[in-house]
Write a protein that binds this ligand. Structure first.
Ligand code: NAP
Length: 463
């Protein structure tokens, strides 16, 4: 029976993952005139907001203010939040199928892509994703160790995550203190010996993945000079010809900005951020199992199947360093029982509908990075989520939903309470949020995060 023939019996939807895609989908579902829906939004952490809390750099407070929109969604009738619930551990997909008409996975991309070069697993070689989660106070990463006694650090990749990591390593303690960076990270970064940070782009300035506002910030740091050589900043013939043939204002601006860094020169700041182009790491070298440096090869650019690709030349170089961050993109993590495409690192889907070998899995959907891969800015997830929601509404209208044994909101909550002793509701998060901002205010900081599940539960539920 189609959903619009049952106006009093809402379509019950479970959204798994309370990051941007989850909130945008919840908002679209709850505001839709085409469907009478309720949304239970789940997260494995007691806290909501996904990468806005645990990924966005602490010194980007303005970007984080998008959470106000998510807070408004949480006030819509029909919205419930269930934090501290791990899918696959506390509840299974089959449990959800017993209680919901539709399940939407918005679990993001949680692990890093590998470089596939020798030395990647040495002590001192880390994924940028782990470092980002660590300095942002994610409970699952807070106990990781990063040896910040290193004087020289190499970051592989020139995307916005690499830029975030470089900035955090180069900021002064005073700059970091104004942010909501985790307290232990502030302490360790304040004591760091880092003086030189190298970002390695395998292609040229025209292909750098970072966006222009982020690149601009690199030239404006209080106590770090930006260092770019004329050789690295010069456009190769292929890129210059491509830009001349297809002018692109943003790329031209990016290249001009990178070229303007050449003239800045050293001004005696304590740290140096070196931006390198057309180089790839070939090996992370070792000293007794610890990172000692990175062997790099110079590349030239070649056109290959419509894409500009790096091709190694014979020219090589060695960079001494004691710490390496691999920042070459994220991947989704496979979840038991959900079809996974290992090549793209996403849940197998067509337009957001989860697919397996038999075709579409009725009632199961994906949105955000687990649907399309780790690309775009936060707002990109809005259109992505709305697109999947349109499919969900279409399918509900034609009766293609799961057939839950008991779709009452009470039954779902009862199951969750029987499985998770420290279930977090939205009101619990609101209490935690207030406590974090109060603790921060007493130190002159915007927020002092709780960084373990135990502390969060103790602070709010008192257990
Ligand atoms: P990304 O933008 O895809 O950048 C990945 C970087 O790694 C690129 O420079 C890429 O070079 C390089 N790379 C990939 N494989 C490599 C290899 N084998 N060897 C050397 N370099 C390699 O990924 P990201 O930085 O993780 O960011 C993910 C998404 O989040 C992006 O859409 C980003 O814009 C977004 N984000 C936004 C912000 C913000 O708005 N402030 C902050 C953080 C993240 P090629 O281009 O040559 O492949």
């Amino acid at each position: 029976m189609s959903q619009d023939t049952q106006p009093d019996s809402p379509l019950r939807i479970a959204v798994i993952g309370a990051g941007p895609a989850g909130f945008y989908a919840a908002d679209a579902l709850l505001k839709s005139d085409a469907v009478n829906a309720t949304v239970d939004l789940f997260d494995q952490l007691p806290t909501p907001y996904g990468l806005v809390r645990a990924g966005v750099a602490p010194d980007h407070a303005k970007i984080k203010s998008v959470t106000r929109k998510y807070d408004a969604t949480a006030q819509l009738p029909g919205f419930r939040f269930f934090g501290n619930v791990r899918l696959g551990k506390d509840v299974s997909v089959d449990d959800l199928k017993n209680h919901y008409h539709q399940i939407l996975y918005t679990v993001g991309a949680q692990v890093d892509r590998k470089l596939g070069i020798p030395g990647e697993d040495l002590n001192g070689s880390h994924s940028a994703t782990e470092f980002v989660a660590w300095y942002n106070g994610h409970p699952d990463y807070r106990d990781l160790k990063f040896d910040l006694s290193a004087r020289s650090v190499v970051i592989v990749g020139v995307g916005n995550v690499a830029v975030d990591v470089a900035r955090i390593l180069c900021r002064t303690t005073d700059e970091l203190r104004e942010t909501d960076i985790a307290d232990y990270a502030l302490e360790q970064l304040a004591a760091s010996n880092v003086e030189d940070v190298y970002m390695l782009g395998r292609r040229g300035p025209a292909q750098a993945a970072f966006t222009n506002p982020e690149a601009k910030e690199l030239g404006e740091m209080e106590d770090a000079d930006i260092v770019v050589s004329a050789r690295d900043a010069t456009l190769d013939d292929l890129s210059a010809a491509a830009l001349a043939e297809h002018p692109d204002r943003l790329t031209e601006k990016k290249v001009a900005m990178i070229q303007s860094f050449v003239d800045k020169g050293l001004t005696g700041k304590r740290k140096r951020l070196h931006l390198r182009f057309l180089v790839s790491p070939t090996e992370i070298t070792s000293d007794n199992g610890n990172v000692a440096g990175v062997d790099i090869v110079h590349n030239k650019l070649v056109e290959d199947g419509g894409r500009v690709r790096p091709k190694a030349t014979d020219e090589t170089e060695h960079l001494d360093c004691q710490l390496v961050f691999r920042s070459v993109g994220y991947r989704g993590l496979a979840l038991d029982g959900i079809p996974f495409d290992d090549w793209t690192g996403t849940f197998r889907n067509e337009d957001g509908r989860i697919m397996d070998d038999q075709g579409w899995r009725v009632g199961e959907y994906a949105a955000g990075w687990i649907k399309r891969g780790p690309s775009g800015v936060i707002g990109t997830n809005k259109a992505c989520a709305q697109d999947t929601v349109a499919r969900m509404i279409e399918d509900a209208a034609t009766g293609k939903t799961l057939q839950p044994a008991d779709s009452s909101p009470e039954a779902a909550e009862e199951l969750l309470r029987s499985r998770v002793a420290d279930l977090f509701a939205w009101s619990d998060w609101e209490k935690l949020d207030k406590l974090e901002t109060e603790r921060g205010a007493s130190l002159g900081r915007p927020r002092l995060k709780f960084t373990t599940r135990e502390e969060m539960v103790e602070a709010v539920l008192g257990t």
